[in-house]
Design a protein around this ligand. Structure first.
Ligand SMILES: NC(=O)c1ccc[n+]([C@@H]2O[C@H](COP(=O)([O-])OP(=O)(O)OC[C@H]3O[C@@H](n4cnc5c(N)ncnc54)[C@H](OP(=O)(O)O)[C@@H]3O)[C@@H](O)[C@H]2O)c1
Length: 430
């Protein structure tokens, strides 16, 4: 019996795209056995067709015209590894409109235009797969969407940016500063020459929006996500956290409470015994809490050509099988209109370090500022004496708005020399 072939038009052949081409070539027989057909890349759009790419395809396969690839009637599936919103968005809409299922690795695109793409996929009755868009090689999207379809997920805590996790790990291991750790990450290729999207939290915010949309059947976009990066984290913060039994991580958090969604990305102190505290270097992990399942953690390499290509190829296999059988994966996930909870309305626990005047009555005055704003203190202790005196507080869970009001009053208080550090505390010990 002759083997069927499903043809793929690839948009982009950089780190991820070239690894996809190699994986389909090197593991072609296994993939064909699992997919029930051979997957073949027949056209590739790039910016520079003359660039050396270490991919086992003839030069004639390359073009600079992405439209030509998408419109090619001989192509069954379109796989997008360009990055950025345009022309990726226009190309995927065009592919879906012409009846081609699409696979993308592009978190930025999904976090901005996911709704439009899901609607186009529904209208065309085709697949839109995006496993590689969050957590690189970690299977996250399909487990959340399909394996947990019967679960009520209440909270996700994720380390979804390898660059910032590498920097924070270095700061924690070596006591080095943020700038030194960033320079080391750039030297080793873990951070881009322009690391802004990583260190300001916007990469993690895009991923947070995608995860929240799936987990809570809603339409969360990147702009909904409250965001703080890691640039103001000092080696002193990391050392203080360590002394108290915590590790500092950049967390993407999505919660569903009282039918409202809270989505935020910020640095947080995580108890050293929490599974996320053991996620080091450039690794990623997402910790999922559900009513019935309790806690789960999915862990692995969050980036890199080969790990990410594994996720893309898995999607291509699923799309190819559906093409042959006439089936379709779970489509539109954005079914419920849920309110996005403003940051001031979220609940959290906080670590606060204040430089204060060392004289009698200071603690009582400061405790008064916490008290009348409704922020109750779990622990407080003094470190150092005289001009060096600092008061360290860990609060009970409190409203973010009340905490910010307290901080404002503390900054204006004559007894407080400075608010040296404020960090949220997340993730109870399991
Ligand atoms: N790298 C990772 O570890 C990783 C992990 C997870 C997800 N992703 C996502 O995967 C996507 C691709 O990332 P990457 O690291 O592979 O990027 P990359 O190495 O920069 O590759 C991008 C490719 O797209 C081509 N391209 C860009 N604009 C084009 C245009 N207008 N027309 C035709 N071709 C165009 C480039 O062509 P030239 O080669 O000719 O310049 C290049 O081949 C992004 O959405 C990224 O967020 C990446």
């Amino acid at each position: 019996m002759s083997e069927r072939t499903v043809t793929i038009g690839l948009l982009g052949c950089g780190t991820v795209g070239s690894a996809v081409v190699r994986a389909l070539h090197e593991r072609g027989d296994d993939i064909a056995m699992r997919a029930g057909c051979r997957l073949q890349v027949t056209r590739i759009a790039v910016r520079d067709p003359d660039r050396d790419r270490d991919v086992p395809v003839p030069r004639s396969v390359f073009t600079t015209d992405a439209v030509e690839v998408v419109d090619d009637p001989e192509i069954d599936l379109v796989c997008e590894t360009l990055g950025g919103v345009e022309p990726a968005r226009a190309m995927l809409l065009r592919a879906l409109a012409s009846g081609k299922s699409v696979v993308t690795a592009n978190k930025e695109l999904l976090a901005v235009a996911g709704g439009e793409l899901f609607e186009a996929a529904d209208a065309a009755g085709r697949d839109l797969f995006f496993e590689a868009s969050v957590g690189g090689g970690i299977p996250l999207i399909r487990p959340l969407k399909e394996s947990l379809a019967g679960e009520r997920v209440t909270r996700l805590l994720g380390i979804v940016n390898g660059t910032t996790n590498y920097i924070l790990t270095q700061m924690s291991r070596n006591g080095s500063s943020f700038d030194e750790s960033l320079a080391e990450a750039q030297r080793l290729g873990y951070a881009e020459a322009d690391p802004t999207a990583d260190i300001d939290g916007s990469d993690a915010a895009a991923k947070c929006a995608i995860l929240a949309s799936i987990a809570f059947d809603s339409g969360v976009v990147a702009g909904d996500v409250y965001r703080e990066g890691i640039t103001s984290i000092t080696s002193q913060d990391i050392a203080d956290a360590d002394r108290m039994g915590y590790v500092v991580k950049l967390l993407a958090i999505a919660e569903l409470d009282d039918d409202a969604i809270s989505v935020r990305v910020h640095p947080a102190m995580v108890p050293a015994a929490h599974p996320l505290a053991a996620v080091h270097d450039a690794f990623n992990a997402v910790y999922i809490e559900g009513r019935s399942v309790g806690q789960l953690m999915l862990f692995g390499p969050g980036a890199g050509g080969d790990p990410t290509a594994t996720a893309v190829v898995g999607d291509l296999v699923a799309a190819a099988r559906n093409r042959l059988t006439g089936g379709r994966a779970m489509g539109h996930t954005r079914t419920v209109d849920r309110r996005i909870r403003p940051m001031s309305d979220t609940n959290g626990q906080y670590y606060i370090n204040l430089h204060v005047a060392d004289r009698p009555g200071v603690l009582a005055e400061i405790a008064g500022d916490f008290g009348h704003n409704g922020v109750s203190i779990e622990r407080v202790w003094q470190e150092g004496f005289g001009d060096e005196a600092t008061l360290v507080f860990i609060t009970h869970r409190a409203l973010e708005g009340a905490l910010q009001k307290t901080l404002q009053e503390l900054r204006e208080s004559p007894t407080v020399r400075s608010v040296a550090s404020v960090l949220r505390v997340e993730g109870e010990e399991p």
